[in-house]
Structures are given as structure tokens and as C-alpha cells.
Design a protein around this ligand. Structure first.
Ligand SMILES: NC(=O)c1ccc[n+]([C@@H]2O[C@H](COP(=O)([O-])OP(=O)(O)OC[C@H]3O[C@@H](n4cnc5c(N)ncnc54)[C@H](O)[C@@H]3O)[C@@H](O)[C@H]2O)c1
Length: 252
């Protein structure tokens, strides 16, 4: 589905990003694994290569413009073009109702989950405009980008709603120039982010399962397959769309 395409995945050292890098490589893409977590990021790239795929790791912090520019330059230097990008890096932050919430949490979550996506989008689009083949971009939102989900997540919910706004306006700005921009909106996915919440007793697995009408959690690969489709030419008439991959959560 993605043979011959070069793909950048941010936050690809763990969780959904890791699964996305692996699934895109299995669909034939040459993958750039980008993350601040150098140890796991290198392991993900190595595992893709061991599996017969093409991958390289680049250390990158998506909250700095210099880091984002270096990340995209590294992708282009390695593979010659940037055909697809998945802006997945994110943090969830504290669980505190608004009147008790901290500015530090707001600033950190917005910096990674919203500003990080904006910086990556800006420089990915700039690169794709330089290529005759242009490209496709998928941004990581959440079911929390479509609805309020649960109390105590104001920074995260605001950032993820913001990602959908950015996705729509960027899709419109480049619609006639061959660049598609979409978002995915997962429900609760079995990743290290969820493990931390379970360990801290913030949610129980039973509660998380019950948020989905299908009655179970998502596996990271189920989100990754939706991303692969949005990256591929099979989705050639799809742009500006926030795709719910949420087991029916937001259909309620
Ligand atoms: N797990 C879920 O239930 C769920 C649901 C909906 C959306 N999401 C979103 O999916 C994305 C991935 O979540 P996950 O559950 O895999 O989380 P995770 O914590 O397992 O992985 C996130 C990855 O992002 C990286 N990262 C964090 N800050 C970064 C930065 N500044 N620059 C580069 N990399 C950075 C981390 O090192 C990590 O590898 C996030 O954007 C998250 O908000 C997760």
C-alpha cells in the first residue's frame, strides 16, 4: 500500500507511534522513527530493519522549531523526499479540574500536543511543496478532540480539539496543491500512556473498556492501520477529515 513512500512518524519510540512505524514499514514504506526517547526509538528502527523493512531513527523534540527542521532535513537527506508524515508525539498531562489546574501543565500539554503539531505541519508542508509528488499528512488528535470525554483533562481536550482545527485549515490551504491533511481520533488505546494511568489508579481497565460501545480497548495496530490508509493513495479523495477510531465512543 505504501511501497516506495518515505514516511516520518513522530513519537514513534512507544505506543501508537511505534505501532504506526512498524505497520507503515510492513506496508512497504521507508520509515523515519522520530522521538525524544533515543533508547526505545533506536530499538524500534532496529526491529523494523530486522523484520526486513527500511527504517532510521532521528532524535527530535517536536516543541522546538530547530528540532523539527532538523528532523525533516534528516528524513529528506536519508530518503530523498518526505511523502507522508504522521504527527503523533503527545503527552496527556495532569488530571485536574480547571479551577485546580496549573499553568505548567497547560503550557506543557499545549507545547507538545498542539504547538508540536503546528511546527511539524508547517515544515512538512514546506518540504512537500518543493516536491513534484507532494504528500499526505496525518495528525494525532483523539476522541478528546471531538468531545469533552471526561473531567480533568482541559489542556489535553483543548489541544486535541485544536489539532482538528489545524488539520481542517491546513487541508483547505493546500487542497489544490496535492497535499492531503487528515487526523485520527482514537478512543482508549493499550499503550504506555494508558499503563501509567492504570498504575497511578487514575482509571481502571474496566472503566476504560466501558467507554467504548464495542466493550474493549483498542490495540495500537488498529490505529496504525487507519493511519496507513489515510497516508495511502487509496484515500486520495479524503482531506480535512478527523477519523474516529474509537470503538463507537463518539457515536453515543
Ligand atoms: N493511548 C491512548 O489511549 C490515546 C488515545 C487517543 C490519542 N492518543 C494520542 O496518541 C499519541 C500517542 O500516544 P501513546 O498512547 O502512544 O503515548 P506514549 O506515551 O505511549 O507515547 C508517546 C511518545 O511520544 C514521545 N514524545 C513525547 N513528547 C515528545 C516531544 N516533545 N518530541 C518528540 N517525541 C515526544 C514519547 O517519548 C513517546 O515515545 C499522543 O498524541 C496521544 O495523545 C493516545
Amino acid at each position: 500500500m505504501l511501497a516506495g513512500k518515505s514516511v516520518l512518524v513522530t513519537g514513534a519510540a512507544n505506543g501508537i507511534g511505534q505501532a504506526t512505524a512498524v505497520v507503515l514499514a510492513r506496508h512497504g514504506a521507508a520509515v523515519v522513527v522520530a522521538d525524544i526517547d533515543e533508547e526505545n526509538g533506536s530499538k524500534v528502527a532496529d526491529s523494523i530493519i530486522a523484520d526486513g523493512g527500511k527504517a532510521t531513527f532521528v532524535a527530535a523534540d517536536v516543541t522546538t522549531e530547530s528540532g523539527v527542521k532538523a528532523m525533516i532535513k534528516s528524513a529528506v537527506d536519508t530518503y530523498g523526499s518526505l511523502d507522508c508524515a504522521v504527527n503523533n508525539a503527545g503527552v496527556d498531562g495532569e488530571r485536574t479540574r480547571l479551577h485546580d489546574s496549573s499553568d505548567d501543565n497547560w503550557n506543557r500539554v499545549i507545547a507538545v500536543d498542539l504547538t508540536g503539531v503546528r511546527l511539524a505541519l508547517k515544515h512538512e508542508v514546506a518540504q512537500m511543496l518543493r516536491q513534484p509528488s507532494r504528500g499526505a499528512i496525518v495528525n494525532m488528535s483523539s476522541a478528546a478532540g471531538l468531545v469533552g470525554v471526561d473531567e480533568g483533562l482541559s489542556a489535553y481536550v483543548a489541544a486535541k480539539h485544536g489539532v482538528i482545527g489545524l488539520t481542517r485549515v491546513t487541508a483547505l490551504e493546500y487542497a489544490t496543491e496535492g497535499i492531503r491533511v487528515n487526523a485520527v481520533c482514537p478512543g482508549v488505546v493499550r499503550t504506555p500512556m494508558l499503563d501509567r494511568l492504570l498504575q497511578q489508579g487514575i482509571v481502571t481497565e474496566e472503566f476504560a473498556r466501558g467507554m467504548h460501545p464495542v466493550g474493549r480497548l483498542a490495540e495500537p495496530s488498529e490505529v496504525a492501520e487507519a493511519i496507513a490508509w489515510l497516508c495511502s493513495d487509496a484515500a486520495s479523495f479524503v482531506t480535512g477529515h478527523p477519523l474516529a477510531v474509537d470503538g463507537g465512543m463518539t457515536a453515543r
